[in-house]
Design a binder for this molecule. Structure first.
Ligand SMILES: [Zn+2]
Length: 409
C-alpha cells in the first residue's frame, strides 16, 4: 500500500539496457509505436525488443494497433503499430469536496465507465466518509459491469494539502478530523470489505493538483508550465511543470488561498485577511447572504451566476480582481503558458476580474504568451487527474517491471 504518486521519470534500466517497462513507456507516450522505432529509440536488437514485447503481450498490457500497419520510414514492409491495451484493468477514482463527492470507474486511458455524484460531508470524518465511498465503488463496479478483481488501483482527490510521502493530509483548514489520518489504509479496507477483492494501491493528492494534472494531460499535454486555480469553497492552485505535478517539499505548494491580502475577514484556517476569506465561493456566498440573497456555499453562487444574478456577478468580478492580484505574483514566479481558472466561480465575471488585475500588475513579459482559460473537463477534472495519477504510478518503467516479474511473465 502506498500513498506516493508516480514519478514518471523512473527508469527500469539496469546496466544501461531498456527493459520491458521502458518499452511500454515509449509506446504509451507515443514516442515509439513500432518495433523498428523501439529498436532505434533503445538501441536494442530486433530479437531483444521482440522478447521484451512478448512479456508485455503475455501480461495483456500491449496489443497490435487497431489502426493497422503504417508505412515504415525505412521502406519495405509496412510496420505494425503497437498500443497500450487498456482493457486489462480499471481504476477507481473519487473527488471529495466539503459537502459533496464524485466517484467513477475509469479505463486506464481515462474514459468514464460509470459515475456517481452525491452528498458526502467531509466534516463527518474520514472513518464514515471513506467507508461510504467503499460502498459507492462497489455499486459503480456493478453498474459498469466490471469485476472488482480487475481494479488495479484507486485515486482520491481531497480538498486539503497532502504529504505525498505518506498520502495523509497535513493540517487541512476545511477537513476537521482528517489531520494525519491513514486515508489509504481506510479506503483500502472499505474496498476489500465491500467487494471481497484483494487490496490494491491507493494514491491520494490535493484536488487542485489532480485537476491540474487531468486538464494538462488531456487538453495541454505539450504545455511545460501549467497552472490551475480552483475557486470553490476554498482557493487552491495546482502546478504541472515539465510534465509532473510540482508539490514542493511536503505537499504545501500552491496553497494560495491563505496568502494574506490585508482584509480583516476571518478565514476558516483561523487567521484574518486570507485570500480565501474574501474571494472564495464561500466568501461571495456570505456577502450575498448579508444582503438578503439566499446563498450558503460556492455551489449556490455558481447557480446564481448561471442564472445571471447581477449582484452575484458583481461580487464574482470583485473576487476575480482579488485573486488576479495574487496571480500576478504567481505568473511572474512561474511564467506559465496556461493559467486555467476552475471551480464554482469560474465564469466570465470572475475571469474578467482576474484579467483586469493580472495584466495591470504582472510584467508584460510574463503575460505576453499566457493563455488565461476556463476548465475544459469541468466537474470531472479531478477524477480524470486521479485516474492518470494511478496509471502513471503503476505503469512507470521500474514499477511496471516489478509488476511483470510478480505476475511471472
Ligand atoms: Zn486562511
Amino acid at each position: 500500500m502506498t500513498g506516493r504518486p508516480g514519478r514518471t521519470g523512473t527508469t527500469s534500466r539496469s546496466g544501461g539496457q531498456a527493459g520491458a517497462g521502458d518499452l511500454l513507456e515509449l509506446v504509451r507516450s507515443g514516442r515509439a509505436v513500432t518495433r523498428g522505432a523501439l529498436q532505434r529509440a533503445t538501441g536494442l536488437s530486433r530479437a531483444t525488443v521482440g522478447q521484451r514485447l512478448d512479456r508485455l503481450f503475455r501480461a495483456g498490457w500491449l496489443r497490435e494497433g487497431a489502426g493497422g500497419p503504417v508505412d515504415s520510414p525505412l521502406g519495405g514492409r509496412p510496420a505494425i503499430t503497437l498500443e497500450f491495451d487498456d482493457s486489462h484493468a480499471v481504476v477507481l477514482a473519487a473527488d471529495l469536496d466539503t459537502r459533496h463527492a464524485r466517484a467513477a470507474v475509469l479505463t486506464l486511458t481515462g474514459e468514464v465507465l460509470a459515475e456517481r455524484a452525491g452528498t458526502l460531508v467531509v466534516e463527518d470524518g474520514p472513518e464514515a466518509v471513506l467507508g461510504e465511498l467503499g460502498g459507492w465503488f462497489a455499486e459503480l463496479l456493478t453498474k459498469a459491469g466490471q469485476p472488482a478483481a480487475e481494479v488495479c488501483g484507486m485515486g482520491l482527490a481531497v480538498p486539503g494539502p497532502v504529504d505525498s510521502g505518506t498520502g495523509r493530509v497535513v493540517q487541512p483548514p476545511i477537513m476537521p478530523g482528517w489531520d494525519g489520518y491513514d486515508i489509504t489504509g481506510r479506503l483500502s479496507r472499505a474496498f476489500t470489505e465491500r467487494t471481497g477483492a484483494p487490496a490494491v494501491p491507493v494514491l491520494v493528492d490535493n484536488d487542485a493538483n489532480l485537476m491540474a494534472l487531468g486538464e494538462q494531460r488531456t487538453g495541454h499535454p505539450d504545455c511545460p508550465a501549467f497552472v490551475l486555480v480552483k475557486v470553490s469553497t476554498g482557493i487552491g492552485a495546482g502546478v504541472v511543470v515539465d510534465g509532473s505535478v510540482y508539490r514542493g517539499l511536503d505537499g504545501g505548494a500552491g496553497d494560495i488561498g491563505h496568502i494574506r491580502v490585508g482584509a480583516d475577514a476571518l478565514c476558516r484556517c483561523g487567521s484574518y485577511g486570507c485570500l480565501a476569506a474574501v474571494a472564495s465561493g464561500g466568501a461571495v456566498a456570505r456577502r450575498l447572504a448579508e444582503s438578503g440573497v439566499p446563498a450558503a456555499s460556492g455551489s449556490d453562487v455558481r447557480d446564481l451566476l448561471a442564472a445571471g444574478h447581477p449582484e452575484a456577478a458583481a461580487l464574482a468580478r470583485e473576487a476575480g480582481r482579488r485573486v488576479g492580484d495574487v496571480l500576478a505574483t504567481v505568473v511572474t514566479l512561474l511564467n506559465p503558458g496556461v493559467l486555467m481558472i476552475a471551480g464554482d466561480l469560474a465564469g466570465t465575471p470572475f475571469l474578467t476580474g482576474v484579467r483586469e488585475l493580472l495584466y495591470q500588475r504582472a510584467l508584460p513579459r510574463s503575460t505576453a504568451r499566457l493563455d488565461v482559460v476556463t476548465s475544459r473537463l469541468g466537474e470531472r477534472a479531478a477524477l480524470i487527474g486521479a485516474g492518470a495519477m494511478v496509471v502513471e504510478h503503476l505503469y512507470a518503467p521500474a514499477r511496471a517491471e516489478e509488476r511483470l516479474a510478480a505476475m511471472g511473465v
